[in-house]
Design a protein. Structure first.
Length: 235
């Protein structure tokens, strides 16, 4: 099959494209173009997943540094790794080659990288002599792991009519905006701004505590919904 950009757009389309494009409005603009490049380079879906992991790790490393330029590089790589995350699925759909290993590694990488993003993007702002801040950061990191545990089960088992959820109603737009603000993308953007402009510690602690509470509450709600409907990943 000749690889063209239009063919990539057509053959790599998701069933829940409407919802996915809304949830990943920024990444979906660019992912097809990167997928086209990866296919031209004859990369497999698993190789793209590895590239997704590598890009995320480099972003975390740059976040651990504390200069303006490393922050810019870190945030750019953070956005890029999210775009590449969409590409592995697009490559798999284009080639019609899917694997359980690919799904497993994708969720495993998310479960590993996301808590590290929260931790290392915030760690340079933490006074090591402040036990309360260290404890708060630890709880924040744990809350992300808890949220990810509930997230994958919730998305796979509860959101069946995905394109119905994506309808552009006022309620849908409001939910979308709030979910963007409280997502990992929202947190990383906020913490990057805090680090660039060196805001006061009070704002930092407010941000950490707020996102910790939001993650725990959101994860708990999703687990309760799954439990009430008795829809579990394993039987």
């Amino acid at each position: 099959m000749k690889i063209t950009l239009n063919k990539v757009k057509e053959c790599s389309k998701r069933e829940d494209k409407i919802l996915n494009d809304r949830n990943h409005w920024f990444s979906s603009i660019f992912s097809t173009y990167l997928t086209y490049i990866f296919l031209k380079l004859k990369l497999s879906a698993n190789q793209v997943t590895l590239l997704f992991l590598t890009t995320g790790i480099f972003s975390i490393i740059f976040y651990y540094q504390d200069t303006i330029w490393t922050l810019i590089i870190a945030y750019t790589l953070f956005r890029l790794h999210i775009i590449i995350d969409m590409c592995d699925g697009e490559v798999a759909r284009f080639n019609n080659k899917f694997s359980e290993n690919g799904k497993y590694w994708d969720s495993l990488i998310h479960s590993t990288l996301n808590p590290l993003f929260y931790f290392f993007s915030t760690y340079p702002l933490i006074d090591l002599n402040s036990h309360s801040k260290l404890i708060s950061l630890t709880f924040l990191t744990f809350s992300v792991s808890f949220l990810l545990f509930s997230k994958y089960n919730f998305q796979g088992k509860i959101l069946k009519n995905k394109n119905e959820v994506a309808k552009r109603s006022l309620k849908g737009w409001l939910f979308f905006i709030i979910s963007e603000l409280i997502s990992i993308e929202g947190y990383i953007l906020c913490i990057s701004i805090l680090r660039v402009f060196e805001f006061q510690n009070f704002i930092l602690m407010t941000l950490i505590i707020s996102f910790t509470c939001i993650n725990f509450i959101s994860g708990f709600i999703k687990i309760v919904m799954i439990s009430k409907r008795k829809i579990f990943p394993y039987k």
